[in-house]
Design a protein around this ligand. Structure first.
Ligand SMILES: NC(=O)C1=CN([C@@H]2O[C@H](COP(=O)(O)OP(=O)(O)OC[C@H]3O[C@@H](n4cnc5c(N)ncnc54)[C@H](OP(=O)(O)O)[C@@H]3O)[C@@H](O)[C@H]2O)C=CC1
Ligand SMILES: O=CCCC(=O)O
Length: 380
């Protein structure tokens, strides 16, 4: 597992529901007890709990308000490194990704307590040894570290903060790791609620889809409490091939939105290319092969091209989630006055595909919106 501890020089913080970059004050970092595989890629990172007894990899000053933060006041319990046979893990949100990720934790020998809104989705995991809880609170109360993989910001907030939600089951010494794709403000709000319960928070959205989730080859884009990052590194390593610690919470969410915005626009461009090729009598299979041999070759094109040519869209990454990510990325661009015209055009196509009833199909079904648009244009 590749581990990278880095930071961007700007720590995203949520202010009045917005994500605002705050400059980090430069200071030399010092490395202590760093894991041998930890690579300090780009300078210092943020300091985790000041009162923690666990050594951190890097330390630095971060601009903070003069009032002591809730984080420093409440999060003092040391976090134990997770280990199979010793640590109980929780997982809420057993969808496409949650199912595959939990399976890898079970395979690694962890005791796992799970919850899903639709309890039927927990049944296969129960047969594989997971315990099924009746609420998110029950999961967090039973587990040392609880992971969440939920659809969108609304679901993430609800599962964390409802009366029988995760936060109600947390206490000092526990941690909450939200691996859902959400915006930085949502993540910061959840982080504040988690810390007010005395627990630690890590946002850890993932790059990689159903296949990498099944193969334990996800890429974790984490930020938040670095001590929790260290404590849950063993389970992260069961589920992924690389993990980044990017600084204060918000940085992981923003990184994920940047990556998925690029991916979403790449997919629409690819779909347009396939549609145009078809219109001018080229074989789509030939286009896929030519693209795969040149400078714009991409694993995504190789994986999705043949099924797009066959107009078959079994969901690995549901289109409604890709459209949500485009929406969140555009909102982020709006906040920081960054024009994103390509992403905006791509987003319109994902919206069109949703209107065609393709929200639950794979995001490559945006092909149908492209083809439809071309047909409409031709009819004009
Ligand atoms: N699929 C992929 O390739 C990837 C997805 N992601 C991100 O991971 C997250 C999950 O994706 P994925 O597993 O594909 O999606 P799914 O649609 O398969 O799963 C969504 C999960 O969220 C739960 N959920 C939705 N709304 C609520 C709610 N209001 N209260 C409680 N639970 C709720 C669903 O419960 P229920 O079953 O009851 O509906 C389900 O467990 C998303 O944020 C997505 O963007 C990130 C990387 C890759
Ligand atoms: O959020 C979904 C990402 C899908 C992928 O990285 O392949």
């Amino acid at each position: 597992m590749r581990t990278i501890v880095t930071h961007s020089g700007l720590a995203p913080v949520a202010l009045a529901g917005r994500t605002t970059p705050v400059p980090l004050l430069p200071r030399s970092s010092r490395s202590c007890a760093a894991k041998s595989r930890t690579l300090h890629a780009a300078g210092p990172s943020t300091t985790p709990f000041s009162g923690s007894s666990t050594p951190c990899c890097v330390r630095q000053s971060v601009f903070r308000p003069s009032r002591p933060s809730a984080r420093l006041a409440t999060c003092r319990a040391a976090l134990e490194e997770a280990a199979p046979g010793k640590t109980v893990l929780g997982f809420v949100g057993i969808g496409i990704m949650g199912l595959a990720m939990t399976r890898n934790l079970l395979k690694a020998g962890y005791e796992v307590v799970v919850w899903n809104r639709n309890p039927d989705k927990c049944k296969p995991l129960e047969q594989e040894g997971a315990k099924v809880a009746s609420s998110p609170r029950e999961v967090a109360a039973a587990a040392s570290y609880t992971f969440a993989m939920l659809s969108d910001p609304e679901a993430a907030v609800d599962v964390a903060m409802r009366p029988d939600g995760v936060v109600a089951g947390l206490s000092p010494g526990k941690g909450y790791i939200d691996v859902s794709t959400v915006d930085a403000a949502t993540s910061s709000a959840i982080a504040a609620a988690v810390r007010s319960a005395g627990a630690a928070f890590l946002e850890a959205p993932v790059s990689g889809s159903k296949g990498p989730a099944e193969q334990g080859k996800l890429i974790f884009l984490t930020a938040g409490d670095q001590e929790l990052f260290s404590a849950v590194s063993p389970p992260l390593d069961c589920m992924g091939k690389a993990k980044f610690f990017l600084g204060a919470e918000g940085a992981g969410a923003n990184m994920k939105l940047v990556v998925n915005m690029i991916m979403g626009a790449m997919m629409t461009s690819f779909a347009e290319g396939l549609a145009l090729a078809d219109k001018v009598g080229l074989r789509q299979q030939d286009v896929i092969e030519v693209v795969g041999l040149g400078a714009i070759a991409a694993p995504m094109f190789a994986l999705k091209g043949p099924t797009m040519a066959a107009r078959s869209y079994a969901p690995a990454f549901p289109l409604k989630h890709q459209q949500k990510d485009m929406r969140l990325a555009l909102a982020l661009g709006d906040e920081v006055a960054q024009p994103l015209p390509m992403a905006a055009a791509a987003n319109a196509l994902y919206i069109a595909a949703r209107r065609q009833g393709l929200a639950d199909a794979d995001f490559s079904a945006v092909m149908e919106a492209v083809a439809e648009q071309k047909a409409e244009e031709a009819a004009k």
